[in-house]
Design a protein around this ligand. Structure first.
Ligand SMILES: *Cc1c(COP(=O)(O)O)cnc(C)c1O
Length: 474
């Protein structure tokens, strides 16, 4: 494809994108594709000769599009938002066009310096302590893994990096029973073993119980273990429960433990001054992660990872082969030393475009509206005699279930709610997922897609009510 052809195709694609986004509500939100359906339409062998783009794109529309779930639909209420936005899309085009590998400062000084600047913006926007330094990671899972490894190195005097595990460490980490699976995965990958992660009980609002945390720490110390890390969830995955940072932080400080905060989804709410209480006690935090690629209108991937002591992060991850030596080393940020991968995309550009296009106030307005929609929905659920709200709704996630006329047992309610969910999702009008609360199957809706309006939420609610009543009598 020469540049002339590229130009023609690129203009065509932009037209396609605009039409797609304009008409996104006409697609089934969740792909109705069956397993194997896409694979079997793809030829067994690659083409030997190059093909026309028009042909390729025709197959994209014919084969690929039916197998796409439309995360950018305003009726997408499943999992978590993976929000895109027009300025983010434009940045992605430029990032691809530049194709820069931003591993060192020298491999694109603008990428490194823009990253430093926009992460300072983000730090200040979210109210994190001013001494924190930030770096973009691919995912929250990777950032949490980086935090675990850094904490492991710090507590062992950087010995595991050097000698491997000697077996004498007996390290212990803590998180609540509601913490995200990435914590356990990070613990496993860091070589600590799943059993070194202690699950602490939660309070009735599903936030970590600090009394149980202290009990666990004290008992572990007595038994010869070395507590080295607590991962607090600021917004658990099931219900966006908020762990108490100050109380956890005081324990971490008392016992010399690293405090990592996983705010992957909910961290964006911190740009609202009225939600600053969420990180009350922030002076105790050692590391903090949140995903602009979830709720801040910046295409995946873009995770913001902040640390109090960047030197320990760098000491943990830096490695300097001859071919990566540069003249500027030490005087600039070489972000390859701030995490696991060497190669890095120019992701700061997306954040810069998004923050400048919306402005901080524009971002706040959208985030506030999403939170309002969730509480509007929660209010309707509470008022409805046949539904039960299953958890508090501090932010954008609403967990509930249908109880009907009240003559069902627990098992049949689980089955009924699951059927309701599949029926709703198969309708194509909306997409939601589920969770379990105290063992009970619950419906879960996140009202945080970039373009969601109250109208979308209320229409979805109407369909939930209608479908539930219908399925109960079937
Ligand atoms: C989504 C989520 C994660 C994982 O995020 P990735 O960026 O996909 O790794 C971790 N923790 C919480 C609380 C989440 O909501």
């Amino acid at each position: 494809m020469d540049l002339k052809e590229f130009e023609k195709n690129a203009h065509g694609l932009v037209d396609w994108i605009v039409r797609y986004l304009e008409s996104i509500e006409e697609y089934p939100v969740k792909s109705l594709s069956q397993p194997g359906e896409i694979y079997n339409q793809l030829p067994e062998n690659p083409p030997l000769e190059g093909e026309e783009f028009a042909r390729i794109f025709k197959d994209f529309n014919r084969i690929i599009m039916p197998g796409i779930t439309h995360w950018q639909s305003p009726s997408f209420f499943a999992y978590f938002p993976a929000n895109s936005s027009p300025p983010s899309l434009l940045a992605e085009m430029l990032i691809s066009a530049l194709g820069a590998q931003c591993m060192n400062w020298e491999t694109s000084p603008a990428a490194a310096e823009l990253e430093e600047r926009v992460l300072n913006w983000l730090r200040d926007m979210t109210g994190l302590p001013s001494e924190f330094e930030g770096v973009i990671q691919d995912t929250a899972s990777t950032a949490t893994l980086a935090a675990i490894i850094t904490a492991r190195e710090k507590i062992t005097g950087y010995a595991v990096n050097e000698d491997g595990f000697s077996g004498s460490e007996k390290l212990r980490a803590y998180c609540s029973t509601e913490a995200h699976s990435s914590v356990e995965k990070g613990i496993r990958v860091a070589g600590l073993g799943r059993k070194s992660l202690v699950r602490v009980a939660v309070r009735p609002d599903f936030s970590l119980d600090p009394e149980d945390l202290e009990r666990a720490i004290v008992s572990d110390i007595k038994n010869g273990y070395k507590p080295f890390m607590v991962v607090a969830a600021l917004g658990t995955t099931s219900t966006t429960a908020l762990d108490p940072i100050r109380e956890i932080g005081e324990l971490c400080s008392k016992y010399g433990i690293w405090l990592h905060v996983d705010a992957a989804l909910a961290g964006t709410a911190l740009i609202l001054p009225e939600f600053g209480w969420m990180i009350e006690g922030k002076e105790y935090i050692d590391s903090f992660v949140f995903n602009p690629h979830k709720w801040m209108f910046t295409n995946f991937d873009c995770t913001a990872y902040f640390v109090k002591d960047a030197a320990s992060l760098i000491r943990t991850f830096e490695i300097l082969p001859e071919y990566l030596k540069t003249r500027t080393r030490g005087g600039v940020n070489d972000y390859r030393d701030w995490g696991i991968p060497l190669g890095r995309r120019f992701r700061a550009l997306k954040l810069w475009f998004v923050i400048r296009s919306y402005g901080v106030e524009g971002l706040r307005e959208l985030i506030r509206s999403h939170i309002t929609y969730a509480s509007e929905l929660a209010g309707r659920i509470e008022q409805h005699p046949m539904f039960e709200l299953m958890a508090p709704v501090p932010l954008n996630t609403v967990v509930f279930r249908f109880v009907g006329r009240g003559h069902h047992n627990t098992d049949s309610l689980d089955v009924l709610n699951e059927k309701i969910m599949h029926n709703l999702n198969d309708s194509g009008n909306l997409y939601m997922t589920h969770t379990r609360i105290n063992g009970k199957f619950c419906l879960r809706m996140v009202t945080a897609q970039t373009n969601v309006t109250l109208d979308h939420v209320l229409r979805a609610w109407e369909q939930v009510v209608e479908t539930s009543m219908k399925m109960e009598t079937e």
